[in-house]
Design a protein around this ligand. Structure first.
Ligand code: ZN
Length: 244
Protein backbone atom coordinates (compact mmCIF):
# COMPACT_ATOMS: atom_id res chain seq x y z
CA UNK A 1 0.00 0.00 0.00
CA UNK A 2 1.31 3.43 -0.88
CA UNK A 3 1.55 6.22 1.67
CA UNK A 4 -1.48 8.53 1.86
CA UNK A 5 -1.26 11.88 0.10
CA UNK A 6 -0.96 14.58 2.75
CA UNK A 7 -3.34 17.41 1.83
CA UNK A 8 -3.69 20.77 3.61
CA UNK A 9 -6.82 22.76 2.75
CA UNK A 10 -6.23 26.47 3.41
CA UNK A 11 -9.03 29.03 3.60
CA UNK A 12 -8.96 32.67 4.65
CA UNK A 13 -12.25 31.82 6.44
CA UNK A 14 -13.74 35.30 6.73
CA UNK A 15 -16.96 35.23 4.66
CA UNK A 16 -18.33 32.25 6.58
CA UNK A 17 -17.79 34.03 9.92
CA UNK A 18 -19.38 37.32 8.84
CA UNK A 19 -22.32 36.23 6.68
CA UNK A 20 -25.08 33.92 8.01
CA UNK A 21 -26.11 33.17 4.39
CA UNK A 22 -22.62 31.94 3.50
CA UNK A 23 -22.28 30.10 6.83
CA UNK A 24 -25.53 28.28 5.99
CA UNK A 25 -23.97 27.03 2.74
CA UNK A 26 -20.67 26.14 4.42
CA UNK A 27 -21.32 25.46 8.13
CA UNK A 28 -17.78 24.11 8.57
CA UNK A 29 -16.28 26.72 6.24
CA UNK A 30 -15.28 26.20 2.62
CA UNK A 31 -12.16 24.39 3.87
CA UNK A 32 -14.35 22.10 5.97
CA UNK A 33 -16.54 21.14 2.99
CA UNK A 34 -13.54 20.36 0.78
CA UNK A 35 -11.71 18.51 3.58
CA UNK A 36 -14.79 16.37 4.35
CA UNK A 37 -14.98 15.29 0.71
CA UNK A 38 -11.27 14.50 0.47
CA UNK A 39 -11.36 12.48 3.70
CA UNK A 40 -14.01 10.27 2.08
CA UNK A 41 -11.70 9.52 -0.84
CA UNK A 42 -9.23 6.76 -0.20
CA UNK A 43 -5.56 7.43 0.28
CA UNK A 44 -5.61 10.96 1.64
CA UNK A 45 -4.59 12.40 4.99
CA UNK A 46 -6.29 15.78 5.24
CA UNK A 47 -5.81 18.76 7.55
CA UNK A 48 -7.06 22.34 7.33
CA UNK A 49 -5.42 25.71 8.00
CA UNK A 50 -6.83 29.24 8.11
CA UNK A 51 -5.61 32.81 7.91
CA UNK A 52 -6.18 33.75 11.57
CA UNK A 53 -4.13 30.89 13.00
CA UNK A 54 -0.51 31.64 13.98
CA UNK A 55 1.57 31.64 10.76
CA UNK A 56 -1.80 31.31 8.97
CA UNK A 57 -1.66 27.65 10.00
CA UNK A 58 1.26 27.16 7.61
CA UNK A 59 4.25 26.57 9.84
CA UNK A 60 7.45 25.03 8.48
CA UNK A 61 6.39 21.76 10.12
CA UNK A 62 2.93 21.78 8.48
CA UNK A 63 4.36 22.56 5.05
CA UNK A 64 7.05 19.89 5.43
CA UNK A 65 4.20 17.46 6.13
CA UNK A 66 2.11 18.61 3.12
CA UNK A 67 2.18 17.06 -0.35
CA UNK A 68 -0.62 19.20 -1.75
CA UNK A 69 -1.82 22.61 -0.56
CA UNK A 70 -5.29 23.80 -1.61
CA UNK A 71 -5.80 27.58 -1.40
CA UNK A 72 -9.04 29.59 -1.16
CA UNK A 73 -8.86 33.32 -0.46
CA UNK A 74 -10.88 36.36 -1.47
CA UNK A 75 -11.13 39.44 0.74
CA UNK A 76 -7.91 39.20 2.70
CA UNK A 77 -5.14 38.38 0.22
CA UNK A 78 -3.13 41.37 1.50
CA UNK A 79 -3.23 40.04 5.07
CA UNK A 80 -1.23 36.98 4.09
CA UNK A 81 2.29 37.67 5.34
CA UNK A 82 5.03 37.83 2.72
CA UNK A 83 7.26 35.52 4.73
CA UNK A 84 4.56 32.81 4.63
CA UNK A 85 4.12 33.33 0.88
CA UNK A 86 7.88 32.90 0.53
CA UNK A 87 7.74 29.71 2.58
CA UNK A 88 4.93 28.24 0.47
CA UNK A 89 6.66 29.29 -2.75
CA UNK A 90 9.85 27.53 -1.70
CA UNK A 91 7.93 24.34 -0.94
CA UNK A 92 6.17 24.44 -4.33
CA UNK A 93 9.51 24.74 -6.14
CA UNK A 94 10.70 21.82 -4.03
CA UNK A 95 7.80 19.61 -5.15
CA UNK A 96 4.66 20.41 -3.14
CA UNK A 97 1.55 20.68 -5.34
CA UNK A 98 -0.58 23.83 -5.16
CA UNK A 99 -4.23 24.11 -6.14
CA UNK A 100 -5.53 27.69 -6.38
CA UNK A 101 -9.32 27.85 -6.29
CA UNK A 102 -11.59 30.55 -7.70
CA UNK A 103 -10.69 33.99 -6.25
CA UNK A 104 -7.25 32.69 -5.28
CA UNK A 105 -6.36 33.89 -8.80
CA UNK A 106 -5.10 37.09 -7.17
CA UNK A 107 -3.64 35.51 -4.05
CA UNK A 108 -0.05 36.52 -3.39
CA UNK A 109 1.19 32.96 -3.83
CA UNK A 110 -0.53 32.39 -7.20
CA UNK A 111 0.65 35.74 -8.55
CA UNK A 112 4.19 35.00 -7.43
CA UNK A 113 4.12 31.62 -9.16
CA UNK A 114 2.69 33.14 -12.35
CA UNK A 115 4.68 36.39 -12.49
CA UNK A 116 1.72 38.27 -13.99
CA UNK A 117 -1.21 40.29 -12.60
CA UNK A 118 -3.68 37.36 -12.87
CA UNK A 119 -6.51 39.91 -13.36
CA UNK A 120 -9.74 39.01 -15.14
CA UNK A 121 -13.29 40.24 -15.84
CA UNK A 122 -16.07 39.30 -13.44
CA UNK A 123 -19.82 39.66 -12.94
CA UNK A 124 -22.12 38.37 -10.21
CA UNK A 125 -25.41 37.58 -11.93
CA UNK A 126 -26.01 33.95 -10.97
CA UNK A 127 -25.65 32.84 -14.59
CA UNK A 128 -25.08 29.41 -16.08
CA UNK A 129 -21.56 28.10 -16.75
CA UNK A 130 -20.37 25.10 -18.74
CA UNK A 131 -16.83 23.98 -18.09
CA UNK A 132 -15.77 22.05 -21.19
CA UNK A 133 -13.22 19.29 -20.74
CA UNK A 134 -10.69 19.98 -23.46
CA UNK A 135 -7.94 17.57 -22.36
CA UNK A 136 -9.91 14.34 -21.84
CA UNK A 137 -6.84 12.18 -21.17
CA UNK A 138 -5.66 14.29 -18.23
CA UNK A 139 -5.95 12.57 -14.81
CA UNK A 140 -7.68 15.69 -13.42
CA UNK A 141 -10.83 14.97 -15.49
CA UNK A 142 -11.07 11.25 -14.67
CA UNK A 143 -14.72 10.21 -14.39
CA UNK A 144 -16.23 13.36 -15.91
CA UNK A 145 -18.32 13.67 -19.05
CA UNK A 146 -17.78 16.21 -21.83
CA UNK A 147 -18.51 19.11 -19.53
CA UNK A 148 -19.60 20.22 -16.06
CA UNK A 149 -22.68 22.41 -15.92
CA UNK A 150 -23.21 24.85 -13.06
CA UNK A 151 -26.64 26.46 -13.00
CA UNK A 152 -25.72 29.57 -11.00
CA UNK A 153 -22.21 30.97 -10.85
CA UNK A 154 -20.22 34.15 -10.74
CA UNK A 155 -18.73 34.88 -14.18
CA UNK A 156 -14.98 35.12 -14.73
CA UNK A 157 -14.08 36.23 -18.25
CA UNK A 158 -11.07 36.57 -20.53
CA UNK A 159 -8.69 37.96 -20.73
CA UNK A 160 -7.22 36.14 -17.76
CA UNK A 161 -3.74 37.62 -17.34
CA UNK A 162 -1.77 34.44 -16.72
CA UNK A 163 1.09 32.90 -18.70
CA UNK A 164 -0.06 30.33 -21.28
CA UNK A 165 -0.81 27.19 -19.23
CA UNK A 166 1.41 24.14 -19.72
CA UNK A 167 -1.82 22.17 -20.03
CA UNK A 168 -5.24 23.75 -20.46
CA UNK A 169 -7.75 21.32 -18.99
CA UNK A 170 -11.05 23.26 -18.93
CA UNK A 171 -12.52 26.15 -20.89
CA UNK A 172 -15.71 27.76 -19.56
CA UNK A 173 -18.65 29.20 -21.44
CA UNK A 174 -20.94 31.64 -19.62
CA UNK A 175 -24.55 32.47 -20.33
CA UNK A 176 -23.66 36.15 -20.64
CA UNK A 177 -21.27 35.44 -23.52
CA UNK A 178 -17.76 35.33 -22.05
CA UNK A 179 -15.30 32.46 -22.08
CA UNK A 180 -12.56 31.63 -19.58
CA UNK A 181 -9.61 29.27 -19.13
CA UNK A 182 -11.06 27.55 -16.07
CA UNK A 183 -8.58 24.76 -15.47
CA UNK A 184 -4.90 25.59 -15.98
CA UNK A 185 -1.93 23.38 -15.18
CA UNK A 186 1.58 24.75 -14.66
CA UNK A 187 4.90 23.12 -13.87
CA UNK A 188 7.12 25.15 -11.57
CA UNK A 189 10.55 23.59 -10.83
CA UNK A 190 9.70 20.26 -9.16
CA UNK A 191 6.17 21.35 -8.20
CA UNK A 192 2.87 21.37 -10.03
CA UNK A 193 0.19 24.05 -9.91
CA UNK A 194 -3.49 23.78 -10.85
CA UNK A 195 -5.81 26.76 -11.07
CA UNK A 196 -9.51 25.77 -10.93
CA UNK A 197 -12.13 28.46 -11.37
CA UNK A 198 -15.43 27.40 -9.73
CA UNK A 199 -16.15 28.34 -6.14
CA UNK A 200 -17.81 31.66 -5.38
CA UNK A 201 -18.76 31.71 -1.70
CA UNK A 202 -22.48 32.55 -2.16
CA UNK A 203 -23.16 29.46 -4.31
CA UNK A 204 -22.95 25.84 -3.09
CA UNK A 205 -20.23 25.09 -5.66
CA UNK A 206 -18.12 22.97 -3.29
CA UNK A 207 -21.07 20.65 -2.73
CA UNK A 208 -21.30 19.88 -6.45
CA UNK A 209 -20.14 16.25 -6.91
CA UNK A 210 -18.31 16.91 -10.19
CA UNK A 211 -16.49 19.98 -8.86
CA UNK A 212 -15.43 17.94 -5.83
CA UNK A 213 -14.34 15.11 -8.07
CA UNK A 214 -12.06 17.47 -9.98
CA UNK A 215 -10.59 18.75 -6.71
CA UNK A 216 -9.98 15.18 -5.55
CA UNK A 217 -8.47 14.09 -8.86
CA UNK A 218 -6.28 17.19 -8.90
CA UNK A 219 -5.09 16.60 -5.33
CA UNK A 220 -3.96 13.12 -6.40
CA UNK A 221 -2.25 14.38 -9.53
CA UNK A 222 -0.55 17.34 -7.81
CA UNK A 223 1.19 15.12 -5.25
CA UNK A 224 4.96 15.06 -5.69
CA UNK A 225 6.45 12.26 -7.79
CA UNK A 226 9.36 10.39 -6.29
CA UNK A 227 12.39 11.23 -8.36
CA UNK A 228 16.02 12.16 -7.77
CA UNK A 229 16.69 15.82 -7.01
CA UNK A 230 18.09 17.52 -10.12
CA UNK A 231 21.78 18.38 -10.00
CA UNK A 232 22.73 21.93 -10.94
CA UNK A 233 26.02 23.70 -11.53
CA UNK A 234 29.40 22.66 -12.85
CA UNK A 235 29.82 18.91 -13.45
CA UNK A 236 32.45 16.47 -14.64
CA UNK A 237 31.80 14.64 -17.95
CA UNK A 238 30.38 11.12 -17.72
CA UNK A 239 33.05 9.84 -20.08
CA UNK A 240 36.31 11.15 -21.46
CA UNK A 241 35.49 13.83 -24.02
CA UNK A 242 37.06 13.48 -27.47
CA UNK A 243 38.08 9.83 -27.01
CA UNK A 244 37.74 7.85 -30.26
ZN1 ZN B 1 -16.15 34.96 -6.31
Amino acid sequence: MTDPIRVTVWNEYRHEKKSPEIAAIYPKGIHGAIADYLRDRRGMKVRTATLDEPDHGLTEAVLADTDVLIWWGHTAHEEVKDEIVERVHKRVLDGMGLMALHSAHVSKIFRKLMGTTCELKWREAGEKERLWVIEPSHPIVKGLGEYIELEHTEMYGERFDVPPPDVLVFVSWFEGGEVFRSGCVYYRSRGKVFYFRPGHETYPIYHNPQVLQVIGNAAEWLAPVECPKPIYGNVQPLQKIGEK
